[in-house]
Design a protein around this ligand. Sequence first.
Ligand SMILES: CC(C)(COP(=O)(O)OP(=O)(O)OC[C@H]1O[C@@H](n2cnc3c(N)ncnc32)[C@H](O)[C@@H]1OP(=O)(O)O)[C@@H](O)C(=O)NCCC(=O)NCCS
Length: 153
Amino acid sequence: MKIRKATPKDALAIKDMIEKLSKEGVSLHSGALKKQTAGWETVKSTAKIKKQMKSKKYIYFVAEKDKKIIGFITGELMRAPRTTEGFVSDIYVYPEYRKQAIGKKLMAEFARWTKSRNCNWMSLMVYTRNKKGKKFYERLGFDDVVEIMKKKI
Ligand SMILES: CC(C)(COP(=O)(O)OP(=O)(O)OC[C@H]1O[C@@H](n2cnc3c(N)ncnc32)[C@H](O)[C@@H]1OP(=O)(O)O)[C@@H](O)C(=O)NCCC(=O)NCCS
């Protein structure tokens, strides 16, 4: 398994993973929140993925095994009040490859990229109901900072 920077040829595989990630996220919710959480992922077309790949602000890495894409991470440099941070927008590993340290390696690669842009902080959002995702980030040393609450009005 290797982690490498994604190329435009990976755009379709990445789009498929974003769709799977979205479905897993939606399945955690019920009622009005189910509809509300659908499509939170910012990128929905291969054209947009390819456009972001050209920009210095965004980054995509993929995990590849036997020439098959088995996971990815994407994010961007984001201004925060005191710092510019490497913000992880999406990370996904196919279920059959989970718990093999692939997510951890994708996060490490993202951290290296963030540091290479002179930023010393990483941030991300995770659904409160995504207990597994939260455990994953906690294992990597992330702390809770903000809670977003929602209500349909
Ligand atoms: C979250 C996700 C990327 C983790 O990928 P992974 O390759 O399975 O994670 P790793 O094997 O690198 O695990 C890293 C650490 O997190 C822990 N961890 C991973 N999944 C976990 C789980 N479901 N429950 C508890 N701990 C977990 C591992 O035990 C490991 O800890 P260790 O280093 O102390 O052994 C993957 O489960 C996934 O794609 N989930 C669906 C999408 C998602 O929820 N994304 C995150 C929110 S957007």
